[in-house]
Design a protein around this ligand. Structure first.
Ligand code: FAD
Length: 497
C-alpha cells in the first residue's frame, strides 16, 4: 500500500506541484514556526511575504490544509500527531532536521525538492571528473537537456549560446528606462492580518525585524505569480537584456523580472517560465538577446547556485581566501542609508531598507564590491544578504556571496574578484554626476571610496591575487600609482562612505 501520510510543506515549497499527479489528494500540513521567524533579524517585508504566502495557500486549499502555529517545527509535528512526508528542504540545517525526524519515524518519506529542474544526483554525475567547472558549460547542458532555445539539430537558436555582449549597455541618457512598471499586487485581508501580527510580534519583542514595512510588492500565491509573470513577459522581457547591467537612480526596477520571490517560494516552475519566455521569441514578440539573457539567469545561474549549495557542502560557507575579517558596520547591518554619502551605495542600501530588494548589479557591483574592498567578513556578509533581502534563502547565498561577490572561495564560482572602481560605476550608472565624491579622484576629500577602495583592495591582496592571470593587468596598474602610500593611508582611516 502506498504511503498516504500528509505532505508537510516548508514555506518555500508553496508551488503548484502538489495540485496534480500523485500528490493531488494528499492532506497538507503547514507549520508557522516561531523559532524560524525569530532566530534571526529578517527584513520586515520578507517576514510578511513568507507569512502571507503560507496563509494564502491555507485559505485557498481550505480543509485540505492543517495549519499549525508552534514554537518549532518539531513541536508543530508533535501537535499534528501523525507521520508526514516532506520534500527535501532548501538548507543544510533544515535538511539535518528532516533526516533526524525521518530516523525517528515522524517523517516517513523524503521526496526531491520541487522548483528546480535537476536532481542533485544528476548534477553530481555531470560534475564528476570535469576538468572545467564553469557555469557556462552547465548552462549549455541545461539548454540541451531541457530543449530550450534549441534547433532540431541540438544547436542553439541564432547560432550562439551566449548573447551577453549585447546585454551590457550603459544606462540610456534618461532618468528611467521608460518601460511599463512591474506588476503590483492588490493587498487583501490576509495582508492586513499578517501586518497586524508582525506589528504585535515586534512590539512584544518576539521579533526584531530590519528594514521598513511597506506595501507588498511581490507575488505570494500561484495566481499572483502567474499574473506577475505574464506582465513581465508582455511588458518587460522585450527590454530585459540591453541595460541589464546598468543602474539608474530613479528607476529601481528597470526591466528586471522581479520574479525571484515567487520563484524562491516555489510558486513558479523555472522550466515553465523559461519555456514561456522562449515562446515569446519564437512568436517574434521579444528579441533573442533578451530571451537568452533571461533564460541564462533562470536555467543557468539560478540552478547553478542551487546545485553548488549542495555540491560544495556546508564547509564552503567558512571559506575566506582573502582573509577578510572586518565586522559589518552598524549602518550597514541596520540598513541606514542616511549614514552614507556615495550615491550608488546610498541608493542600493535605500532599496534594501525600503523594499528588501536591489537588482543584481547593485548587489554585485555596489554592495558586494564595497564589502569586498573593505574586507567584510564573508560569512557575516552572507548572513546579512540572506536576512536583509526579500528573496534571500540559505541555498542562494554561498555561491553568490562567498563565491561570486567576495571571491572567498579563491575562484570556484568567479574567475577573478568582482572589484571595480568609480570609473566602472560612472560608466554603468547615472549616480556619479550628482555625487559628492568624484570617481576620477583617488586621494583627497572628494576621493571616491570605490576608486580609492579598489586600489587599496588590490594593494592589500596583491600577493594573494598574483597567481591569477586575469589580475595581471590591474596589478601592473597598481605598481604604477605614484600616490599609493597616501591612498592606502587615507583608506585605512576612512569612515565616510
Ligand atoms: P532578474 O535580474 O530579472 O533575473 C531573473 C531571475 O534569474 C531572477 O528572478 C532569479 O531567479 C534568477 N537569477 C539571476 N541571477 C541569479 C543568481 N546569481 N542566483 C540565483 N538566481 C539568479 N537571488 C536570489 O534569488 N536571492 C538572493 O538572496 C540573492 N542574493 C544575491 C546576492 C548577491 C551578492 C548577488 C551577486 C546575487 C544575488 N542573487 C540573489 C541573484 C540575483 O541578484 C537575484 O536573483 C535578482 O537580482 C533577483 O531580481 P529579479 O527577479 O528582478 O531578477
Amino acid at each position: 500500500m502506498t504511503d498516504q501520510s500528509a505532505l508537510w510543506l516548508f514555506a518555500d515549497q508553496l508551488g503548484p506541484h502538489f495540485r496534480t499527479g500523485d500528490l493531488a489528494d494528499r492532506p497538507i500540513v503547514l507549520i508557522e514556526s516561531a523559532h524560524a521567524f525569530a532566530h534571526k533579524r529578517f527584513h520586515r517585508q520578507k517576514l510578511h511575504l513568507v507569512l502571507a504566502g503560507m496563509r494564502q495557500l491555507a485559505a485557498e486549499l481550505g480543509d485540505r490544509v492543517t495549519y499549525l502555529r508552534a514554537p518549532t517545527y518539531r513541536a508543530g509535528l508533535a501537535e499534528y500527531g501523525r507521520p508526514v512526508v516532506v520534500h527535501e528542504p532548501g538548507s543544510h540545517a533544515a535538511n539535518r532536521l528532516v533526516r533526524r525526524l525521518h530516523r525517528e519515524g515522524v517523517v516517513t518519506g523524503i521526496r526531491p525538492t520541487p522548483g528546480f529542474t535537476r536532481t542533485k544526483a544528476d548534477f553530481a554525475d555531470w560534475a564528476r571528473d570535469r576538468r572545467r567547472f564553469l557555469m557556462e558549460d552547465f548552462y549549455r547542458d541545461q539548454r540541451r537537456r531541457l530543449g530550450v532555445l534549441l534547433e532540431p539539430d541540438g544547436e542553439p537558436v541564432g547560432g550562439r549560446w551566449n548573447l551577453d555582449q549585447e546585454n551590457r549597455k550603459p544606462p540610456p541618457k534618461q532618468r528611467t528606462l521608460d518601460v511599463p512598471g512591474p506588476w503590483q499586487p492588490r493587498e487583501n485581508a490576509i495582508d492586513d492580518e499578517v501586518r497586524a501580527d508582525l506589528d504585535r510580534m515586534a512590539r512584544d519583542g518576539e521579533i526584531q525585524p530590519i528594514g521598513v514595512d511597506g506595501p507588498r510588492r511581490f507575488a505570494v500565491s500561484r495566481a499572483e505569480a502567474l499574473r506577475a509573470l505574464r506582465k513581465f513577459l508582455d511588458d518587460r522581457l522585450p527590454t530585459f537584456g540591453p541595460h541589464q547591467d546598468a543602474m539608474l537612480g530613479a528607476d529601481w526596477a528597470m526591466s528586471h523580472a522581479l520574479l525571484s520571490v515567487p520563484l524562491n517560494l516555489g510558486l513558479l516552475d523555472p522550466l515553465d517560465v523559461a519555456e514561456r519566455a522562449a515562446a515569446r521569441y519564437e512568436a517574434g514578440r521579444a528579441p533573442l538577446a533578451c530571451v537568452e539573457g533571461f533564460v541564462r539567469q533562470l536555467l543557468g545561474w539560478r540552478e547553478w547556485v542551487w546545485q553548488l549549495y549542495w555540491y560544495l557542502g556546508p564547509d564552503y560557507l567558512g571559506r575566506n581566501r582573502l582573509l577578510a575579517r572586518k565586522p559589518l558596520p552598524d549602518w550597514w547591518r541596520d540598513l541606514d542609508p542616511d549614514a552614507v554619502t556615495a550615491r550608488c551605495l546610498r541608493t542600493a542600501l535605500t532599496g534594501v531598507r525600503d523594499r528588501g530588494y536591489a537588482h543584481h548589479i547593485e548587489r554585485l557591483m555596489v554592495l558586494g564590491n564595497h564589502a569586498l574592498q573593505r574586507g567584510y567578513q564573508p560569512r557575516e556578509l552572507t548572513e546579512w544578504f540572506a536576512t536583509a533581502f526579500v528573496d534571500g534563502f540559505p541555498w542562494v547565498m554561498p555561491a553568490n556571496v562567498i563565491g561570486m561577490s567576495q571571491y572567498a572561495d579563491g575562484g570556484i564560482v568567479a574567475t577573478k574578484p568582482y572589484a571595480a572602481g568609480g570609473a566602472y560605476l560612472n560608466r554603468m550608472s547615472d549616480h556619479c554626476g550628482r555625487c559628492e565624491f568624484d570617481p576620477k579622484v583617488r586621494v583627497g576629500a572628494d576621493a571616491c571610496p570605490f576608486t580609492a577602495g579598489y586600489w587599496a583592495f588590490l594593494d592589500r591582496n596583491a600577493d594573494r591575487l598574483r597567481d591569477n592571470h586575469r589580475m595581471r593587468q590591474p596589478l601592473n596598474g597598481l605598481s604604477r600609482l605614484s600616490d599609493l602610500d597616501a591612498l592606502v593611508e587615507q583608506e585605512r582611516e576612512r569612515e565616510d562612505f
